[in-house]
Design a protein around this ligand. Structure first.
Ligand code: CDP
Ligand code: MG
Length: 728
């Protein structure tokens, strides 16, 4: 009783406690930071260690961020409401500061240190989750992975001590599968809500339900743009708090004529800025890893050619598959002048959309916006989802230009005409849910126990055709029965953080006696490690010229086998070099593999391999792949073209494929939409296998007329004949 009364008296729910004034004063006189625990303000309340000097330096900077001026107002609003919407200009401190404010309030509410509480902050992008959590760990003066952690697909950097976790929206959705009321959290912050990613949209609907069942849970929705009124309507009129921006003016320039090659135009613009404009860093928006790496090389070369008079330059790439240490380089300062009195240095950041709102880089004065980003598109009619380089929206263009005015007045160079901006760009980017294949989402929703998809409270409901397609795919895969209920197989499939096709391939692989190998393949595909070989091959074109395609294939398969049997082979650097293997990518794939193995073991799925010397070794692997990807089959027509089966799209083998011939039937992992349709990562299969493995899907009764159908008919007839002969 006494304890309880004491606790109550101490602080009530989300009381506002601003101890920062004290800390600033004390810190100044003591030379290091305060902001500590109840008994000793010089000690970090999270880990009992004295605060570092760095802590104080950052604290001073933090306090100048716009959200700090509204800290009290925010905490009061949070106290008074279950749901709160916060809108603020990018860079105002939402992502890094608000979760810390929340944490402070929650911690005060639960002074019993033995009781576990957590705050979650979602991010649509993995780079942002990693980068921001590192920054916040530094701000709180703790080690990353301890009190502050992050969780992204295949990488959990958190521990039992973690109280603040940054995680991708997809990961929070996965957590909800195991913990439907998300009971470990006291407050959930959905950040970057304006991005309207698929997972965030699903979380909106889900959390609305969870909040009803958990009156003690609070939700903060944070967004960079003013579409927030829409969120307000959706969340039953939750209060909206605005953090005024503090942007310097940005002058906008358009091109006179449309640019034919935006990459070339971007590099030309960079050089013009570098040679003619006053000091200040440059941010260039490009669309993906390959393009960015290519651009970085070209920029470095041209800068070197221009000579020293223009000052030193540091070119830094930023995209999601970049290793964390490299990602961190975007925050390094520009290089110093080469000599005293020389021209000041410049940093040039070449980034994907992640720098549009998710990450703020101080010191950017010039922004180059070619007007494109890679966006997901989905056509339910032909069942093709692809990442396509597409024009951005006006809202995006506005955000991009804003990045130039963070620290001083800036300039934004749009590599398109003003007319094009006014007439061609849509006002807003469409929510991802309207342009995605929803098979994975539907599987997740089913696992979450949401059966009535049509009446699920989506902020923007997806097209009924898209939902139907998703149900159909899951039904063919055996994850849903004919009534749309989750099957046992579907339940296991949903446990894997993979696409349903890949999950199916993995779950059935023991039946084909090759789960070890399929695990390796899944891991390599998931960690984008088909670059394992190819990127190295590209870099070493001299050595590569000695290689034939089928050599490449054999090598890939060899590495696969090594991977399945001797996971640590890649630690031998010279072996990697000899075999064109990128050890870093291999290590990442191995980590993914280990996690998949754990799920396999949990569900008693056997880990097995066919004898490597058996002629069935590769056959078994290919059959297992077909068992997952039978809806992604293409047939070689007599015209010499491949046609996707059932949907009849003309496709070409992607130039990166390792085949030295054109097999009659192939399955593919990826459909790449460009000026031509490519299928990437293909494997050859046999017509007979198709009949055995997916008879329901290849039932010819409801099959469109095409060459593939006639071939399959023949195969069925041959079967019948053989069956009769064996009977006689
Ligand atoms: O979320 P929002 O865009 O409102 O801002 P934020 O991501 O919280 O960033 C606030 C400030 O933190 C930025 O302006 C940067 O100055 C600083 N920051 C940093 O210096 N290094 C990081 N890794 C992240 C943020
Ligand atoms: Mg943010």
């Amino acid at each position: 009783m006494g304890m309880e009364r004491k606790r109550k008296r101490k602080v009530s729910l989300f009381d506002v406690v601003d101890d920062t004034c004290v800390s600033a004063k004390l810190a100044k006189t003591n030379g290091f930071a305060v902001h500590g625990n109840d008994t000793n303000p010089l000690v970090n309340r999270w880990n009992g260690r004295p605060y570092s000097k760095r802590y104080l330096e950052i604290l001073e900077k933090r306090k100048t961020l716009p959200v700090w001026h509204q800290k009290e107002e925010f905490l009061q609003a949070l106290k008074a409401n279950q749901t709160l919407i916060l809108v603020g200009e990018t860079g105002s401190g939402k992502t890094t500061q608000i979760p810390q404010f929340v944490l402070e309030a929650v911690e005060l509410e639960i002074p019993d240190k033995r009781r576990k509480f957590m705050v979650a902050c979602t991010q649509p992008r993995r780079v942002a989750a990693m980068s921001v959590s590192r920054r916040v760990a530094e701000e709180m003066d703790v080690n990353i992975g301890e009190e502050v952690g992050y969780s992204i697909r295949f990488e959990d950097c958190s521990s039992s001590r973690t109280v603040l976790k940054y995680l991708t929206d997809g990961m929070l959705l996965r957590e909800a599968m195991a913990d439907p009321l998300l009971e470990r959290y006291k407050v959930i912050i959905l950040d970057e809500a304006h991005e309207r990613t698929l997972a965030t949209d699903v979380l909106f609907g889900l959390l609305k339900e969870v909040l009803k069942n958990r009156p003690d849970l609070k939700l903060v929705v944070m967004s960079a743009t003013l579409e927030a009124e829409k969120f307000q309507g959706y969340f039953y009129g939750a209060p909206l708090m605005k953090v005024p921006g503090r942007l310097h003016p940005v002058e906008i320039f358009y091109t006179e004529e449309p640019e034919r090659d935006y990459l070339e135009a971007a590099i030309r613009t960079i050089m013009q800025i570098h040679m003619c404009e006053p000091p200040g860093d440059i941010l260039v928006f490009l669309t993906g890893e390959e393009e960015i790496e290519d651009a970085c090389k070209k920029i470095s070369k041209q800068v070197a050619n221009a000579g020293d008079v223009y000052g030193p330059v540091k070119v830094v790439p930023l995209y999601s598959t970049l290793p964390p240490a490299m990602q961190q380089k975007i925050f390094d300062p520009a290089p110093p002048p080469v000599m005293v009195g020389g021209s000041p240095g410049r940093k040039i950041v070449v980034s994907t959309n992640v720098a549009e709102t998710s990450l703020t880089i101080d010191g950017i004065v010039y922004v180059i916006d070619p007007g494109f980003s890679k966006q997901k598109v989905y056509n339910p009619r032909i069942r093709v989802e692809s990442l396509l380089v597409s024009p951005i929206s006006k809202a995006s263009a506005h955000q991009r230009s804003g990045r130039a005015g963070r620290t001083q007045p800036g300039k934004c160079f749009r590599l398109y005409t003003e007319k094009s901006f006014n007439n061609d760009l849509q006002p807003q980017t469409y929510p991802e849910i309207l342009r995605s294949n929803l098979a994975n989402t539907v599987l997740t929703l089913k696992k979450l126990g949401i059966d009535d998809l049509v009446h699920f409270d989506f902020m923007d409901p997806p097209a009924p055709e898209t939902l139907m397609r998703a149900l159909e795919v899951l039904n063919y895969l055996g994850a849903l029965d004919d009534d749309g209920n989750l099957t046992k197989l579907g339940e296991i499939m949903s446990e894997f953080p993979l696409d349903p096709q890949m999950a199916k391939m993995l779950v059935v692989s023991p039946e084909f006696n090759c789960s070890n190998e399929i695990l390796s393949i899944s891991a390599m595909l998931s960690s984008k490690s088909h670059y394992i070989v190819l990127s190295v091959l590209c870099l070493e074109s001299n050595r590569m010229s000695k290689w034939k395609y089928n050599n490449g294939l054999r090598m890939l398969l060899l590495s696969l086998r090594m991977h399945a049997c001797l996971p640590s082979i890649y630690e031998d650097a010279s072996w990697c070099y000899e075999n064109f293997i990128n050890p870093r990518a291999m290590k990442a794939a191995d980590n993914v593999r280990e996690q998949l193995v754990r799920i396999m073991v949990r569900y008693n799925l056997k880990l097995c391999s066919t004898d490597f010397n058996s002629c069935d070794y590769y056959i078994d692997i290919r059959k297992a792949m077909l068992a997952g990807y039978f809806m992604q089959v293409a047939h070689l027509e007599r015209t010499g073209h491949y046609l996707t089966v059932k949907d009849k799209q003309v496709v070409h083998l992607h130039p990166s494929n390792c085949l030295n011939h054109k097999p009659e039937w192939v399955i593919y992992n990826e459909f790449v939409l460009t000026s031509r349709n490519f299928i990437r990562t293909v494997t050859d299969v046999h017509g007979e296998w198709i009949l055995d493995i997916a008879p329901r899907y290849f039932n010819l009764e409801n099959f469109p007329q095409c060459e593939a159908k006639r071939v399959l008919e023949k195969l069925y007839k041959k079967r019948e004949r053989e069956g009769e002969e064996s009977k006689n």
